[in-house]
Design a protein. Structure first.
Length: 622
């Protein structure tokens, strides 16, 4: 990779990867100050707080994510579900079930974070207007609502055209953060001793319970760090690391130091140390720039939720949903209407419920810390399985990270009764949905297996010459099934009702592999089992759109003989009926049936030719 290409990718990563963590200075230090500033400003408490911010960013972001987690890639892709799909290949069935549950929790927490981040970021930026014109304070919520509605409304158009500006604008934002930090460090140079970790430790022991509670606000400085890992496949390790060490880390450090120095010199700045860093003459442009930065940060989180939802669908955690590609050049740019609608209503509810960034910040952090604990657990398994580290060496790295993140999680849990229950409830809802879908599909698969007719026995019987056999008609019939060893229900129904069999019958199974993408040459595997029957297995990565028409066109070039104009795709349409003996509670039965009913039609999801699909229905109890 050329130097120019690396620099271009590094600039692009600034807008996409670091948008969320780059807006943390808007509110993180302000919220951390609130519990300790009731009796005025204590110099060493301020320095201790800044030290906590610096070392939290250093340990969690720099050491865990930038240095280690970026190495734990799945064919170049990152993210909680990518790491999960990589790890589960090499563990026992019992351990795999536990990891699946952990992965579900991590994915659910990320989706909860995707609701809170846009609400908190945009509110905190728009609130800067009250320092420009106090009369605008009452318009903060309406303005935030309008911005967020417009943001979600344009998602269907894609981010390709806008994303070209994300990098430069966000890079300018970080330069402004660094510049204002440098400008205010001169207010009190003693703030520089915050680089000494002694002051962070002193603050925690000196402040006692208050210090433990403050940790929840300090953690706001690293929200968005998971985007480092999730967007690995878009930019690669080197550009992401270059952007972090070359711009992001220095800019964040300088800005927090500047906020601390300003508060030491002027205790009145406690009210909002970020916006009060700017002189009156440039405060309005600063508010506008902050608003743009928060919109970019929100956009990054929303697109991350789209990507995670697609991975969850392909890995069997969620039912099929409509997925639209918003760019012909970039397959990662997708739009999921259902996810977009859920996020919009969730974000609107949070804005209207909390009405200020101060109130919403209390609810923030639990989802992020939980997600980070999940990624640390998965990292432990990855290191043991793939890097072959000894248990002692692995624990030497993982144990401190796990303890630190668990302490942060415990601190954030103290916010439960103040609004912290909101992200927990959101994540719990997503966990229940994913658990129900996975459990229900497994029960349904096992139930159909008990009544299945082995495919090989069926083929042998149907191939026997008999005057009473079905009529053979020209053309190709493709039957989709999840189990290639049993006869598809649609094939049995076709014979039962139409009494015909096509001259060529293909039993098609679609599988999602644990790697992000499957090379085109490995897409399909064909096996002929008789004169009239073939088995076809199509393999897709969990990041790929499962386009069956496109895959078949490639296989046709590779030698699979069929004419698409004389080919019919047969799908089994199952009407699910609640069964008291299904193994799930009645409420979970009903939820699974509702999810199945809301799922996208398989002909749309698998991109089958619309005028070549035949559906045959049956009632199935579950």
């Amino acid at each position: 990779m050329t130097t120019g290409r690396v620099l271009a990718l590094a600039l692009g990563s600034v807008g996409v990867v670091y948008g969320d963590i780059g807006t943390s200075p808007l509110y993180a230090f302000r919220e951390a100050l609130r519990p300790v500033a009731h009796d005025g400003v204590d110099r060493f408490e301020i320095i201790g707080l800044i030290s906590l911010f610096f070392w939290t960013i250093t340990i969690i972001v720099t050491i865990k994510y930038v240095i280690f987690l970026l190495k734990a890639d799945n064919d170049g892709e990152g993210g909680t579900l990518s790491l999960l799909s990589l790890v589960i290949k090499s563990v026992s069935e019992k351990r795999r079930s536990v990891l699946y549950i952990i992965g579900m929790i991590g994915a659910a927490l990320f989706l909860g974070d995707a609701m809170i981040t846009p609400a908190l970021s945009v509110l905190s930026a728009v609130e800067g207007l009250k320092y420009v014109t106090p009369t605008l304070h009452s318009y903060v919520v309406p303005i935030s609502v309008v911005i967020l509605v417009l943001l979600f409304a344009v998602q269907s158009r894609g981010t390709g055209a806008v994303s070209a500006f994300f990098g430069p604008i966000t890079a300018f934002w970080f330069l402004v953060l660094a510049g204002m930090g440098i400008y205010h460090i001169q207010d009190d140079y003693s703030v520089l001793i915050a680089f000494n970790p002694y002051y962070a430790v002193w603050f925690l022991f000196h402040s006692g319970l208050v210090g433990f509670i403050v940790l929840g606000s300090v953690f706001l400085a690293v929200t968005g760090a998971e985007a480092l890992y999730a967007d690995l496949g878009h930019f690669g390790k080197l550009p992401i690391r270059l952007a972090w060490f070359g711009l992001i880390f220095p800019a964040l450090t300088l800005n927090y130091l500047g906020q601390g120095a300003m508060v030491l010199q002027n205790p009145a700045a406690l009210a909002d140390p970020f916006f009060l860093m700017f002189p009156d003459g440039i405060r309005l442009p600063a508010v506008l720039l902050a608003t743009v930065a928060t919109i970019i940060a929100s956009q990054s989180v929303i697109t991350g939720a789209f990507s995670l939802a697609r991975q969850a669908i392909n890995l069997g955690f969620l039912p099929r949903m409509e997925i639209y590609h918003t760019s012909e050049a970039h397959t990662g740019q997708i739009y999921l209407p259902a996810v977009n609608t859920i996020l919009l209503f969730g974000v609107m509810a949070l804005v209207l419920m909390f009405k200020s960034s101060e109130a919403l910040a209390v609810a923030y952090g639990i989802a992020v810390t939980g997600d980070m604990v999940v990624s640390t657990i998965l990292l432990y398994n990855f290191i043991r399985l793939f890097w072959k580290w000894s248990l002692f060496r692995t624990l030497l790295l993982i144990a401190p990270l796990f303890v630190i993140e668990s302490i942060f999680l415990g601190s954030n849990l103290t916010k439960l009764h103040h609004g912290g229950y909101v992200p927990v409830l959101i994540a719990a809802c997503f966990v229940v949905i994913m658990w129900t879908w996975r459990r229900g599909t497994r029960i349904l698969f096992e139930k159909t297996r008990r009544t299945h007719i082995p495919l090989d026995a069926f083929v042998r019987s149907i191939e026997k010459k008999s005057d009473h056999g079905p009529i053979e008609v020209p053309g190709t019939a493709i039957f989709l099934t999840s189990d290639p060893t049993s006869t598809p229900a649609a094939l049995l129904h076709n014979l039962k009702h139409n009494h015909v069999m096509h001259s060529q019958n293909i039993i098609l199974t679609i599988k999602t592999q644990s790697r992000p993408r499957v090379p085109t040459e490995d897409r399909g595997r064909i096996e002929r089992i008789s004169e009239h029957f073939q088995l076809l297995e199509l393999n897709f990565g969990y990041l790929e759109t499962q386009n069956v028409s496109q895959a078949l066109a490639h296989l046709r070039k590779a030698g699979l003989k069929f004419d698409i104009m004389s080919t019919s795709f047969y799908l089994g349409r199952r009407k699910l009926i609640p069964d008291a003996n299904s193994g799930m509670p009645a409420w979970q039965d009903r939820l699974f049936i509702a999810l199945a009913s809301a799922a996208t039609d398989p002909s749309d999801y698998f991109r089958l030719p619309a005028n070549r699909v035949v559906e045959l229905g049956a009632h199935v109890s579950v």
